[in-house]
Design a protein around this ligand. Structure first.
Ligand SMILES: [Ca+2]
Ligand SMILES: [Ca+2]
Length: 260
């Protein structure tokens, strides 16, 4: 009898394990499939085709290729975007929206200006109507601590700094530390910024907006450092309530085991 109960509970736990792994991937690009920058410029709209975001065929995170920003001397250069496939996504507390990527720098210098943004437009696609919100993660050069990784929440504090707990520009540029994983996770009215899967900083943002597009690169002059991005991912992670019920299932299992 008790064995049957245990089997049922184990089955429930297994079902939850399956659910937990079921996240919705909206976009994933390891940049391995492109032959050259021209091919990259299909899925990614180059905003300045004369000075495009470059495919790097000699460097990647655990791979051969990534996208590369050199040192643009002028503004209005080197930037790309795409609209989120399937249309705008409204992050909620139950179904947040995560933008994750790996980055590397060759030098830690204050004047670096490259980052990845997620945007919310009134018209539901890049550049359509009013810009309602913009959340960015990467590196900028004024009004921030330029030794750190920086973020931006246009509907909140605007530019700010991550802590130096998990990474700084110096640790990212360290040649012994190959690549660093950054993520922004959007909820109903807050955004969390992660470094190597560690929660570093939480900020409030406007509630309930739908996000429609990703912009890569600042499009601004960026002196001193080369910047790379790889494994650009947009996902709706598994609902956290499932992880909680999974823990609850294990708790029940432990309780029944104790009773035996
Ligand atoms: Ca790659
Ligand atoms: Ca490095």
């Amino acid at each position: 009898m008790k064995k049957q109960v245990l089997a049922v509970i184990a089955g429930v736990c297994a079902a939850h394990v399956l659910s937990v792994s079921a996240q919705t991937t909206i976009w994933f690009d390891d940049f391995e499939s492109y032959a050259d920058t021209a091919a990259l410029s299909g899925p990614y709209t180059q905003m300045y085709p004369g000075t495009p975001v470059l495919l790097d065929t000699s460097k990647g995170y655990l791979s051969d290729q990534s996208i590369h920003f050199g040192q643009p001397a002028n503004n209005n250069t080197t930037r790309a975007y795409f609209n989120i496939p399937g249309g705008p996504v409204t992050p909620t507390d139950q179904n947040p929206l995560k933008v994750e990527f790996w980055t590397d720098l060759d030098t830690a210098i204050w004047s670096t200006r490259q980052y990845i943004e997620i945007r919310s437009y009134a018209g539901g696609e890049y550049g359509a109507g009013a810009l309602n919100d913009l959340i960015a993660l990467g590196f900028t050069s004024s009004g921030v601590d330029t030794t750190r990784i920086n973020y931006r929440v246009v509907s909140g504090v605007n530019w700010g700094d991550l802590t130096d707990t998990y990474a700084t520009r110096a640790t990212i540029a360290d040649p012994n530390n190959d690549w660093t994983k950054l993520a922004m996770v959007l909820y109903h009215d807050k955004v969390e910024f992660y470094v190597n899967d560690n929660l570093d900083t939480t900020q409030t943002k406007a509630a309930g907006l739908a996000f429609d597009s990703i912009v890569i690169g600042s499009g601004l002059s960026s002196a001193g450092a080369d910047v790379w991005f790889d494994n650009l991912t947009v996902i709706v992670p598994e609902p956290s309530s499932l992880a909680l019920s999974l823990l609850g299932g294990f708790g029940l299992l432990a309780m029944f085991r104790r009773r035996r």
